[in-house]
Design a protein around this ligand. Structure first.
Ligand code: PLP
Length: 460
């Protein structure tokens, strides 16, 4: 492993991190107090374990356009954007209008509505996949897609990419990022549960292969054929979006498509993050490789929980003949459908995508310039409305290289440093920034300016 990224002064990083943490703590006393109250009732004081932050979470109060306010009144430019689910920006007038109008006419029927048909028609046009159903979250979308794949193939085993996250149901809470020590040989990675409570039998049923490595995947498939446990499906994001951003190498997705077809394994693209943010028809359109099933959620509903799955006619036949029960009280509910319709027809329009790409590029160019000016051991990756700065001199191509090379301490410092300068970046070492249609060029410049200040101090 290259020692290059260690050339940054580790002592200075530690000192700056301690100073920035102290400053941030001093700015967030109300969050601290609410945390003390919340933990009496809410486990860890939060609604989801991913909201955990040491020493306390930041409780937010308001979002408007590209801006956020916490309960201490601190104002931030939001680049977390709800883990990428708010590409519309906060309180977008078209979403507000659609939801307000629908609320006056009923929020929930558990019966289909016309907006649901319109949304499905538009998703069909964008993804060029003929059949659709709705869910409420990304986890439901990947769970239902896997169940359909199992029904179609009559098989149980699931193949996934090592280190990818696909939601919180048992089938996929395996070999996501975690402290597993040695994963095993590349074409025989182990299956590791993500926390307790996941049945052993399910863990063993989920097998992970490295991203961007067709040879390892093929060797694993051959082994599974020999063991008489060919997978029902390969579920994957077309680009890994939970270790910064890792793009597919040229030919990789085409190779996965070819391998899965050859072995009779259904290909599921988990486009919960890439869908709608990368291109109008997501990664499927962007890379021109068509899966058998696609899973969507996050920004589809513009802040109203909403997901969808789409797929080929033959695959959805299992739903249409009621062999698979794809169900849910809130699936396709009128509020979500109204918000999704406004998203697709009024927000994520060709002009919307142009704006996202322009602002994202300005931000990425700004960061690239800072990296070059200060000779930082880092690089940027961009994709549609998203991007990230990866602190590493080596290219991260899969989860193993992420573990080997990414500079976790710098990621921690960068978050605190940016937060103290009014930039709410994606927390932790694994996320990317998301631009919304309400972010401006000036917003992008402010991000780059805060990053420049960090680089300046780091290398002075
Ligand atoms: C790629 C991917 N798939 C699925 C999910 C699960 O989505 P949800 O949290 O809405 O259940 C996530 C969540 O971050 C995700 O990033």
């Amino acid at each position: 492993m290259s020692a290059d990224h260690r050339t940054l002064d580790r002592r200075r990083i530690a000192d700056m991190t301690a100073r920035e943490l102290e400053a941030f703590n001093a700015k967030t006393p109300r969050s601290a107090a609410l945390y003390a109250r919340a933990r009496e009732t809410l486990a860890c004081g939060i609604g989801s374990s991913y909201q955990w932050r040491d020493p306390w979470p930041i409780y937010l109060k308001e979002g408007k356009g590209s801006h956020l306010w916490d309960i201490d009144g601190n104002e931030y430019l939001d680049y977390l954007n709800g883990f990428g689910s708010m590409v519309q920006g906060h309180a977008h007038p078209a979403i507000v209008k659609a939801v307000q109008e629908q609320v006056l006419h009923g929020q929930q029927f558990s019966e289909p509505v016309e907006d649901g048909v319109i949304v499905a028609e538009e998703l069909k046009r964008r993804w060029q996949l003929p059949k659709w159903r709705f869910t409420n979250t990304g986890s439901e979308s990947t769970m239902d897609a896997i169940r359909i794949a199992r029904a179609v193939t009559g098989r149980d085993t699931v193949m996934k990419v090592f280190g990818s996250y696909h939601g919180h149901h048992d089938y996929v809470m395996v070999s996501v990022p975690g402290n597993y020590g040695d994963f095993g040989p590349r074409d025989e990675y182990g299956s590791f549960p993500y926390g307790k409570g996941i049945p052993d039998a399910v863990v063993r049923m989920t097998v992970a292969v490295p991203f961007n490595d067709l040879d390892a995947m093929e060797r694993r498939l051959q082994k599974m054929v020999a063991e008489d446990r060919v997978p029902a499906c390969m579920i994957m994001e077309p680009a890994m979006m939970n270790i910064g951003i890792v793009l597919p190498e040229p030919g990789y997705l085409e190779g996965v498509r070819e391998l899965t077809t050859r072995y009779g394994v259904l290909l599921i693209f988990d486009e919960v993050k890439t869908g709608l943010t990368v291109a109008p028809g997501g990664g499927t359109e962007y890379w021109g490789v068509k899966p058998d099933l696609v899973a969507l959620a996050k920004c589809l509903g513009g802040g109203v929980p909403c997901g969808a799955i789409g797929g080929r006619e033959e695959v959805f036949a299992e739903v249409e003949n009621f062999n698979v029960w794809q169900v849910g009280t809130f699936n396709g509910n009128p509020l979500a459908m109204a918000a999704a319709k406004a998203t697709l027809f009024e927000v994520l329009t060709p002009a919307g995508y142009e704006h996202l790409a322009a602002v994202r590029q300005r931000l990425a160019d700004g960061c690239e310039k800072v990296i070059a000016d200060h000779d930082l051991p880092a690089y940027t990756v961009t994709l549609g409305a998203k991007g990230c700065v990866t602190f590493s001199t080596e290219r991260v191509v899969d989860y193993q290289s992420y573990c080997d090379y990414q500079d976790a301490e710098m990621m921690e410092l960068a978050w605190l440093y940016m937060a103290n300068r009014g930039i709410y970046a994606a927390p932790g070492r694994d996320q990317e920034f998301t631009i919304s249609v309400q972010h401006s060029s000036e917003d992008a410049d402010k991000y780059a300016a805060a990053f420049a200040e960090l680089a300046e101090e780091l290398t002075a």
